[in-house]
Design a protein around this ligand. Sequence first.
Ligand SMILES: [Fe+2]
Length: 132
Amino acid sequence: MIEWDQERYSSGVDSIDKQHRMLFEFFNDFEECIKNGKGMSYLEVSFPLLEAYAKAHFKFEEDCMNQHQCPFAKENKDAHQAFIVKVEEVKKTFASGQCGDELLMQVHDFIEKWITNHIIGVDIHLKGCVKK
Ligand SMILES: [Fe+2]
């Protein structure tokens, strides 16, 4: 489970923080489903929602970084693109039927690390740009 920590994760923009919290919820829900043996149905039913939400969020955040001329705007966009590529891979693997606990744990670990590292490594740089 990943918990929101305002000090660690705040981007300086309330709406982006709210969207990040929503991504945390998607992830925590996924983890809960895996624990309850419902990870596969999560991939089928909720994963597309996570994907759609993440894409809308990425667009919002990229526009915000551009608007504030954040020097991390390009790095941010590239990282978002890499995430989307990974999501496509997961969908393909899932569609091919080659899936099981191993895939679930891979996706789980990937999302957990990606979300937290990305917010801390890239998104929070927005804070300094918004304050200027
Ligand atoms: Fe981002």
